[in-house]
Design a protein around this ligand. Structure first.
Ligand code: GDP
Ligand code: ZN
Length: 354
């Protein structure tokens, strides 16, 4: 049994149900054949209603953390049908490599995204800023975790450096290995709060999550759900409950985080955005134009040159990805139109024959 509120349900989703006899449920796991959903009566295996699965792709396709409605709570061993996907409050996405659509949903309706970095060779301010841009685009609150504090002899210096480079983000130092500093995370994992942990592999995410789960860690194993034929299918459970009542969306390992668009970059570099309003040219690229307020701030020592360099790099990369993805979407829609046209021609020909 799940209390809907403890699953993160609230007025934002409630008001989308008005006047409907809908059963709200949250996607807790993904599977080739369907989804695992949690609802007031427990857990079910679910599939999207046929008309829903057509036309949904990339970021519009429901992912872990999404709130949906079910037609009914199925009998044990039966499959639930997802009727509707409710509008998201937040969504953390990344550029989808090779997949259909522009972006891939990593975690939907997430309140806090913890960006985990190791204070060892893993430490990289630019990577933190890249993740921060995606969190900025998601609508969730960013918290930077500097893990492996036991392996660093200037933790305070690192915290200060990251606080400067990550405006608006809370910065916490932890040692997952020694289970130190975890209370700063636990305090935020209150009942009904949904969190995701992102960061490159090796940062210590699994160690940290296991330490936070404590006795619950057994639940990170595999769960079994029934499919329509009464067969057991095994799936990895992707949503977990912390002992403090918070929810964890376990994110897939990410080797790199591509920026699918420019959204969120401004939240990482608010000062550069602010200064660029004072550049002489509206479309200033902050490279060699006269009257560039950004370059002036670099020359006066107000802005570190490598921040501006990184900012321009991220923008250029995001723009390139955006164009590439748009181009792919355009080609795809042309193919669809082409197919439709061929069908129409066929009908016209048949009508003529007749
Ligand atoms: P993940 O890839 O982000 O999930 O990272 P893991 O949790 O698998 O950790 C990667 C390595 O870092 C493992 O060898 C861990 O034992 C080690 N590690 C994790 N947290 C800490 C820590 O706080 N201090 C130290 N010294 N090592 C850690
Ligand atoms: Zn400029």
């Amino acid at each position: 049994m799940h209390e809907l509120h403890s699953l993160g349900f609230g007025p934002y989703f409630q008001q989308q149900l008005l006047g409907e006899e809908a059963i709200p449920a949250r996607i807790a796991g993904e599977h080739k054949q369907g989804h695992i959903v949690w609802h007031s009566a427990g857990e079910s295996f679910a599939r999207l209603a046929g008309r829903l699965s057509r036309g949904l792709e990339g970021e519009t396709y429901p992912g872990v953390g999404d709130w949906v409605t079910l037609k009914a709570i199925p009998e044990p061993g039966h499959i639930a049908v997802v009727d509707r996907v409710l509008t998201r409050r937040t969504v953390f996405t990344r550029g989808a490599a090779g997949a259909q659509g522009r972006q891939q949903v990593i975690a939907a309706n997430v309140d806090i995204v913890f960006i985990v970095t190791g204070l060892d060779a893993n430490y990289n301010v630019r990577r933190i800023q890249r993740y921060l841009a995606r969190v900025g685009a998601s609508g969730a609150r960013p918290v930077v975790i500097l893990n492996k504090a036991d392996a660093c002899d200037d933790v305070a210096g690192r915290i200060a450096e990251v606080e400067l480079a990550a405006p608006g983000a809370m910065v916490i130092a932890t040692s997952a290995k020694l289970e130190r500093g975890l209370e700063g995370i636990v305090d935020q994992l209150r009942p009904g709060v949904t969190a995701a942990f992102v960061g490159s592999s090796g940062a210590g995410k699994s160690t940290l999550i296991n330490a936070l789960l404590g006795e619950e860690r057994l639940r990170t194993g595999e769960v079994r759900a029934d499919d329509s034929r009464g067969r057991h299918t095994t799936t990895r459970r992707e949503m977990l409950v912390f002992p403090s009542g918070g929810l964890l969306i376990d994110t897939p390992g990410m080797r790199e985080l591509a920026l699918p668009d420019e959204e969120g970059i401004d939240s990482v570099f608010p000062r550069i955005e602010e200064l660029s309003l004072r550049c002489r040219f509206g479309d200033c690229t902050h490279q060699s134009e006269p009257g560039c307020a950004v370059r002036q701030a670099v020359e006066s020592g107000e802005l570190p040159a490598d921040w501006v360099e990184h900012y321009l790099q991220l923008r250029a990369e995001a723009r390139t990805n955006e164009l590439r993805l748009d181009e792919r979407a355009r080609r795809k829609s042309e193919r669809t139109i082409g197919r439709q046209r061929a069908k129409d021609m066929h009908i016209i020909r048949r009508v003529k024959d007749w």
